[in-house]
Design a protein around this ligand. Structure first.
Ligand SMILES: NC(=O)C1=CN([C@@H]2O[C@H](COP(=O)(O)OP(=O)(O)OC[C@H]3O[C@@H](n4cnc5c(N)ncnc54)[C@H](OP(=O)(O)O)[C@@H]3O)[C@@H](O)[C@H]2O)C=CC1
Ligand SMILES: CC(C)(CO)C(=O)C(=O)O
Length: 332
């Protein structure tokens, strides 16, 4: 079985490395700088919060699908590991490396990017999945899983084989029938991505400040109001039930740090992928995260002043403007 990772950055290199290490034939479709870094370091280094460390070289690295010979151009499974805003631009490339039997799995956070591309590929088998952990790109091409969690996907034709290969040491690759519950629940957690970028702090340190936690709790409540209207039963990713998370976040520091131990079991250096985008001067996924809350809430007449203010702040940061969190009015 041949697997392609389309867009090998943080999560793509991590998943590609795990698959290669499990004996799966993996091709990475990545940027030139990623390819050069992997070659220069004799492979992708993987480490995780459980102490596992290894280095592995995928079967093939290409920077454009045109580099693939006819005999190797069609894959059994393609994992699309791009940022949301990049997905729509690769429809033709995906058509070129797949046929009607290929399982194409979109692994983006948030809501909207899958709908953007679905209509361009009506004759393909498309699925969605979620990366429920944080990946930190470190020196020497090492990708570090900084929090617990795994990959959760809709079941697809080859998912059993991947599950067997990847779950030998511990449960890492899980398949579910209803992915919407998973995606909606992951969005609840990802509402912090923007605040983490605004706070400009590691995730752990940011969550130790009640001023960020209170705004996050408010943003989450807006999303939970939408979820209630849509009657979605959210998947539980943390030890706390999704609906209790806002309550937990607003506890005073001394109590929060005791009760939310698991939530704070994060690599001290880990930051959100949106922080990374702002840091690199790139466009962010905010329209698919906090922006998606604002958009869906309109269908039900739900007001979203907090998520709207967060979107506004991120747009300012994208333009290189300075944002002062303490001066923002979240009640407008
Ligand atoms: N990072 C994390 O810890 C987590 C991320 N996620 C989610 O997973 C998704 C992927 O995130 P992440 O891995 O961080 O993203 P990255 O930006 O690290 O990885 C995407 C990679 O694909 C490259 N790329 C873009 N277009 C192409 C193309 N046409 N051909 C080849 N390469 C291309 C990008 O290059 P360039 O940057 O030059 O465009 C980048 O190297 C997002 O939706 C994110 O929210 C989910 C959980 C955790
Ligand atoms: C795991 C988490 C929530 C970390 O912020 C993430 O999904 C991201 O950074 O995009």
């Amino acid at each position: 079985m041949r697997v392609a990772i389309f867009g090998a950055g943080a999560t793509g290199c991590y998943l590609g490395g795990r698959l290669s290490n499990a004996g799966i034939n993996v091709t990475l479709i990545c940027r030139e700088k990623v390819k050069k870094a992997i070659e220069a370091n004799n492979g992708i280094g993987l480490s995780d919060y459980l102490g596992s460390r290894f280095r592995v070289m995928p079967n093939k690295l290409v920077v454009a699908v045109e580099e693939l010979k006819a005999a190797e151009a069609i894959f059994d499974v393609v994992f699309v590991m791009l940022k949301c805003q990049q997905v729509n631009g690769i429809a033709q490339d995906l058509l070129n490396i797949s046929d009607e039997h290929t399982d194409i799995v979109f692994m983006q956070n948030g809501i909207g990017s899958f709908d953007d591309i679905r209509s361009s590929m009506p004759a393909r088998k498309l699925y969605q999945g979620v990366t429920s952990f944080n990946v930190l790109a470190m020196d020497n091409c090492v990708y570090h899983q900084g929090t617990e969690g795994g990959i959760v996907c809709q079941s697809f034709r080859h998912s059993d084989i991947l599950q067997k290969a990847l779950n030998q040491q511990h449960e890492f690759f899980e398949c579910v029938e209803d992915i919407r519950c998973v995606i909606y629940s992951k969005l609840l957690l990802n509402l912090n991505n923007a605040l983490n970028a605004i706070a400009n702090l590691p995730l752990k340190e940011e969550l130790e400040h009640i001023k960020y936690r209170k705004v996050l709790a408010g943003a989450m409540k807006e999303w939970l109001a939408v979820v209630k209207h849509e009657q979605i039963a959210l998947t539980q990713f943390t030890q706390v039930k999704p609906h209790w998370i806002p309550k937990l976040l607003t506890l005073p520091n001394w109590l929060f740090t005791r009760i939310a131990k698991q939530m704070l079991t994060i690599d001290p250096k880990a930051r959100s992928s949106m922080w990374q985008d702002i840091h690199d001067g790139k466009a962010t996924e905010v329209d698919y995260l906090n922006g998606a809350v604002v958009k869906l809430a309109k269908n039900y007449g739900i007001k979203t002043p907090i998520n709207s203010a967060i979107v506004q702040m991120i747009k300012q940061l994208e333009q290189g403007e300075v944002v002062d969190f303490d001066l923002v009015n979240f009640n407008n």
